[in-house]
Write a protein that binds this ligand. Structure first.
Ligand code: NAP
Length: 264
């Protein structure tokens, strides 16, 4: 049995993770941390009935008390780095889905893990379909170097662009040929052409009704190719989260991206 603590347990993703961990016969939900609903039973909050697992707000004390094998973090971009550092300090492996971690942040985590017997797994997108979308985009960009990304998320997502969009752009730009169509810049409305990662434009839409969606449009003379992935329910992320929880203990140091756990 792998003992799991969920940080951000009362959030939209955290609730889903609590249910997925509870329902998996190889995992045991031992503790939950959040900054709201302190003292309540997490089972009652996520519709599983009474579990006698109380929501705590002190991550370090709870990790030291419960000694889980893995902490799963779905909090927010301003909390996540501290939470990862706390887990490393307590000798607990982390599986992190919270987005907004910078390249500098990743380097800092990597250096904190040196000579330590503790691991961190981070994925900007835990949906297996989204990982496949990124892989298909890598293939497509070899033939279609002109490409733009539109990512669409719910109205409470604070960071833009999404971690998935940035990762897709990073993966494609490494393979993008040089013959890229470029217009002289003339934005009548600032931002109308989106943000730019190297040669790839990214457009972020935030509206109620969406969960997490991304469309990657490739254009060439007389044709376009669109690759799209839609997470229409947060349950779509759970097989990836469970896979990471089960593998993080044997993947040394920092692992970034769900594709590292998949045989693609
Ligand atoms: P959410 O509903 O706002 O949930 C975040 C939860 O964390 C809230 O209950 C929040 O409490 C709590 N929290 C904030 N600071 C905390 C701290 N220091 N310690 C413990 N708990 C804390 O957000 P969400 O939609 O679940 O998303 C969470 C994160 O996951 C976001 O960064 C999102 O972009 C990311 N995400 C990643 C994936 C992926 O596949 N990697 C998929 C979906 C979402 P309050 O509400 O009181 O602030």
């Amino acid at each position: 049995m792998t003992k799991v603590l969920v940080s951000g347990a009362c959030g939209k993703m955290g609730c889903e993770v609590c249910r997925a961990v509870y329902e998996d016969p190889e995992l045991s939900l031992v503790g939950v941390v959040d900054i709201s609903h302190i003292g309540e039973d997490i089972g009652e909050s996520v519709g599983l009935g009474k579990l006698d697992i109380c929501i705590k707000n002190d991550l370090e004390a709870t990790l030291n008390e419960l000694k889980p094998d893995v902490m799963v973090d779905f909090t927010n971009p301003s909390a996540v780095m501290n939470n990862i550092k706390t887990a490393i300090k307590c000798g607990v492996n982390s599986v992190v889905g919270t987005t907004g971690i910078t390249v500098d942040g990743l380097e800092e985590i990597e250096s904190l893990l040196k000579n330590k017997n503790v691991n961190v797994f981070i994925a900007p997108n835990f949906a297996i379909g989204a990982v496949l979308m990124m892989k298909f985009c890598e293939k497509a960009v070899e033939s279609f170097p002109n490409v733009e990304i539109i990512e669409l998320h719910h109205d409470q997502k604070v960071d833009a662009p999404s971690g998935t969009a940035l990762k897709t752009a990073e993966m494609m730009s490494a393979l993008q040929k040089k013959d890229i169509f470029e217009l002289p810049e003339k934005e009548i409305l600032k931002g109308a052409r989106g943000g730019k990662f190297k040669n790839i434009r990214i457009h972020s839409v935030r509206l109620p009704g969406f969960v997490a969606h991304q469309e990657v449009i490739f254009g060439s003379k007389g044709q376009t190719l669109t690759i799209r992935h839609d997470s229409i329910d947060r349950v779509s992320f759970m097989p990836g989260v469970v896979m990471a929880i089960k593998q993080v203990q044997r993947r040394k140091g920092l692992t970034y991206g769900l594709e590292k756990l998949m045989d693609l």
